[in-house]
Ligand binder design. Sequence first.
Ligand code: SAH
Ligand code: TRP
Length: 349
Amino acid sequence: MDAARSVSTEDTRVTIREINNSGPFSTLADDVRKGFSRSPKQLPPKYFYDDRGSRLFERICSAPEYYPTRTENALLEQKSASIIAHVKPSSILELGSGSSRKTTHLLNACDQQQCYSKYLPFDVCGDIMVSAGKHLTCRYDWLEVEAHVGDYCRDLPALPGDDGPRLVAFLGGTIGNFGEDEALAFLRGIHAIMRDEDRLLIGADRAKDTEVLHAAYNDAQGYTAAFNLNILEVINRELGAQFNLDLFEHHAFFNEPASRIEMHLRSKSDQMVYIRDLDMHVSFKRGETVLTEISRKFAPGALTHVLDQAGFVIERHFEPGNNYYSLILARPKSGTAARYQASPDRLAV
Ligand code: SAH
Ligand code: TRP
């Protein structure tokens, strides 16, 4: 079992625990070396989210072109009361929680129904969870926030268990950021930490007009471009690299046959970049791209299929009038969920 370090913030109702399975950024060096050695070049998206990246993502979410956030927000606003009444969670575990802004609808419903759940946000970015946690504990005087810093692809088994029903939320369409096999493996990993009475609440973006999709990933204010380029800033800072951000540009498009948005960074010239900590020279041809993120856009059948394969049954499926988005409440197929859950050792610090 992984050791975990607990740090109390000034607000005693917000606790932050780092899952010390080698630390969220310790594999940056390996990932960058591997990613730049492949052809085509690629970087793992979790490194977007340093403090600045998380804040830029917030800007993307409020851009008029970026429909997923407000669509999912509207679905949650309308349906949280019935979701909470149905699940009656004693805890809400949110994977990739970011600012937790949309989660307030679930917590409002808890408040109204006097269902005083504990909130467990889980993200690679600790800063954003601390500010979200402080905001939320001010808003709800009954709320305890136990934030976990870690990588949800690796650290789910190290999360604490719980006595009552748990609502596991995975919002924002983030499931689309995984390839097909990875998404299945990820959902199976969630299934493995759930018990029969637990529920999964998952948001997924749907296939739609190319123009609508294109605009969402190429906002006019340039927040998406700045967010994408920020990953080079992270590599400069963390690994002593010398990327000149003016020599790369954001390039996002809808790959229709694969039904996915692809986010690339495109080199504007032939260039060579030195990464000090890796003692590595990386060469880029003019027009060469680095794939930084995919965002898959689903047909409803594909969602049912992947959830079924991972051991879930859909209980409720909410979508807006324009079918832009799916919000799904799913339960583990009976008898397939974990019967007990191991808890990590908690240190009294
Ligand atoms: N749920 C929020 C944020 C979505 S963006 C919303 O719907 O708006 C994706 C979030 O997942 C970011 O906050 C990012 O920091 C986090 N994240 C990305 N990769 C992660 C990983 N491997 N492990 C844990 N969190 C991750
Ligand atoms: N989960 C978000 C999505 O796929 C992430 C995202 C939005 C994103 N805009 C981006 C990731 C731009 C990289 C670059 O919609």
